[in-house]
Design a protein around this ligand. Structure first.
Ligand code: NAI
Length: 331
């Protein structure tokens, strides 16, 4: 039998946490043959609710779940973890300035970076979900210098999956037959959902999405706006943020990272830019990646047209500004 893997979920008493921990305990994130020990962290005001989640995990009698640590102590939470899913953060409240929200999150991610660096298992993989996700991940990277940058990522898989979903609805095809959409850049409304390399499996072979949709106006405007604004649309409908789909996408992100992407398929991950595609090095930017042997690689050599170039640069510009704002909070 496999040794259990320890999975940290911060902000585990929150909405995404509540959807995510049962998925992890059922083997959706790491595989149906991989036992897990869940580490759940939240802050003292949420300690009682966190304990309630722990009670439910016991009650659900998940066969793969070999233990639960529920704590408000960041060191205890980080100790020995193999995977860290960072969902905890400070939400923007009415009347708050962008800088105030950034400042709160910078201080959270700075201290959690130190705890992970000192106490996580060697080669721990980190996924930041909490917003501003790319910049929180960048702060985590900067303040955990001994964690290799290839082990730190942020979630744009939800946006990627939303793009797959929109194409499948539009063409009335199975979502599993659509692949290779790309989310470039920031997990924010400046992201660029790109279908130029996406294909659909049909009875007469793989066809480009552009050839099948035949509506460039929709692909270049409506589709992009729908994916960019989907989070807001869910909040409007549910009066709560998109927790189910965020949790499911976080599982997809880690599963593909650890177990690999299928041959010929790429997915979107926010990773540390090495300058590929002219994206400034030193930003956490969402790229198309393939994963093999527990490591991601940016897909190289995709042709980029002028329309895409502008959108990729605009979202990079926003990330550079976020980075500057984050650094100004450290002074
Ligand atoms: P929530 O407010 O329900 O839960 C957040 C939890 O984090 C709360 O339980 C809170 O007590 C906890 N928390 C706050 N500070 C903490 C700290 N220092 N350490 C540990 N826990 C802490 O929010 P929800 O809906 O679960 O969303 C969580 C985050 O994920 C938000 O920042 C949201 O914007 C983001 N998000 C990101 C998505 C993505 O695709 N990257 C998609 C959807 C949401």
């Amino acid at each position: 039998a496999k040794e259990p893997m320890r999975v940290l979920v911060t902000g585990a008493a929150g909405q995404i946490g509540y959807a995510l921990v049962p998925m992890i305990a059922r083997g959706i994130m790491l595989g149906a043959d991989q036992p897990v020990i869940l580490h759940m962290l939240d802050i003292p005001p949420a300690a009682e609710a966190l304990n309630g989640v722990k009670m439910e995990l016991v009650d659900a009698a998940f066969p793969l779940l070999k233990g639960v640590v529920a704590t408000t102590d960041v060191v205890e939470a980080c100790t020995g973890v193999n995977v860290a899913v960072m969902v905890g953060g400070f939400p923007r409240k009415e009347g708050m300035e962008r800088k105030d929200v950034m400042s709160k999150n910078v201080s959270i991610y700075k201290s959690q970076a130190s705890a992970l660096e000192a106490h996580a298992a060697p080669n721990c993989k980190v996924l930041v979900v909490a917003n501003p996700a790319n910049t929180n991940a960048l702060i985590l990277k900067e303040f955990a210098p001994s964690i290799p940058e290839k082990n730190i990522s942020c979630l744009t898989r939800l946006d990627h999956n939303r793009a797959l979903g929109q194409i499948s609805e539009r063409l009335d095809v199975q979502v599993s037959d659509v692949k290779n959409v790309i989310i470039w850049g920031n997990h924010s409304s400046s992201q660029y959902p790109d279908v130029n390399h996406a294909t659909v499996k049909t009875s007469s072979g793989e066809k480009p999405v552009r050839e099948l949709v035949k509506d460039d106006e929709w692909l270049n405007a409506g589709f992009i706006a729908t994916v960019q604004q989907r989070g807001a649309a869910i909040i409007k409908a549910r009066k709560l943020s998109s927790a189910l789909s965020a949790a499911s996408s976080a599982c997809d992100h880690i599963r593909d990272w650890v177990l690999g992407t299928p041959e010929g398929t790429f997915v979107s991950m926010g990773v540390y830019s090495d300058g590929s595609y002219g994206v400034p090095a030193g930003l956490i930017y969402s790229f198309p990646v393939t994963c093999c042997g527990g490591e991601w690689t940016i897909v190289q050599g995709l042709p980029i047209d002028e329309f895409s170039r502008k959108k990729m640069d605009a979202t990079a510009q926003e990330l550079s500004e976020e980075k500057a704002l984050a650094y100004s909070c450290l002074e």
